[in-house]
Design a protein around this ligand. Sequence first.
Ligand code: KG4
Ligand code: ZN
Length: 351
Amino acid sequence: MNILGIETSCDETSAAVLQDDRVLSNIISSQLIHKTYGGVVPELASREHERLIVSVVDRAITEANIQKTDLDVIAATAGPGLIGAVMVGLCFAQGLGFSLGIPLVPINHIEAHIFSPFIQETGSRKTLSEPFVSLTVSGGHTMLSLVDTNLHYSVIGRTIDDAAGEAFDKTGKMLGLDYPAGPRIDRLAHDGDPKFHRFPRALTSHSKTSRSYRDNFDFSFSGLKTSVLNYIEQHDRAFIQKHLPDIAASIQAAIVDVLVEKTVAAAQKHNVANISVAGGVSANSGLRMKMASACKQRGILLTIPKAVYSTDNAAMIASLASLKLARGITEKNSYDVPPFAAFRYPLRHES
Ligand code: KG4
Ligand code: ZN
């Protein structure tokens, strides 16, 4: 079965073709236009998706070495995301699917991140097995889920304010770094001292104010943002420039400590021997290293998808459709998903 996946929820225009669960192509066109504005401008994102969608889909089909008429199913992100951006991809998928007379599977973007560690490439071996704790960390979401069998999961924690990626991007912006600042902080942190300054780790064992952190798997990063702002205001420009790598390393350490502590604690509380990390922030080298070492110490198996499947991509959309179809979970002919409902498209199975 050939599945075309389409992803346009934020600032990546992406299309992928999967043959059953194998990735044949995964084209990702990242919109550079937002750099000038220091963040994603929703209207510009929609217009860019509209400009790019036809060529990106064509490239995905060509690279997969198939014809449009070989497609059996289309899967498209139906939300959550920027409403205009989601609409471009979903409407395009509806139009193409309708003209080809094939089923359309609407996919929840966050669920696609959660199940992205199951993506198969030719020759790859699937190691992740249920049950597992999934940490999904990106620019828009930070979520801990407990995944059991048959794609069933419950959300056990989420951010009560900013997402982890947002914390990287916004504190980086305060330091004068270009958008998205996450990868830039990561690079700078390589040459910095993570103990240079201790920024707050909210709702953890390190936090002075939270009394009952143990069973609290929620996250909070807004205090970190304020703390970085205050720190920058208290020091002159030359000092900040001189110690940029140290400050970046200290910010990264604060975010990573929280993510690792909570994820490992959740796995231990729920007696789970597998952890997966997905979403753009999973590309962070500090997070990868610290999570790997924490998991190794406790005999937990850690799975992190390749970077191309961690950041927004259409392979994860087609892959979740494939997993659902294989289990008979989805209604096949979902042309009745109105694009305007995409914004509030619900998370299934949420507890
Ligand atoms: O999953 P994603 O591509 O898009 C969303 O759904 O948001 O994630 C993008 C986020 C941005 O906040 C970006 O700064 C962050 O992932 N990110 C990183 C790294 N690479 C991407 N954050 C820290 N370190 C990185 N290496
Ligand atoms: Zn995402």
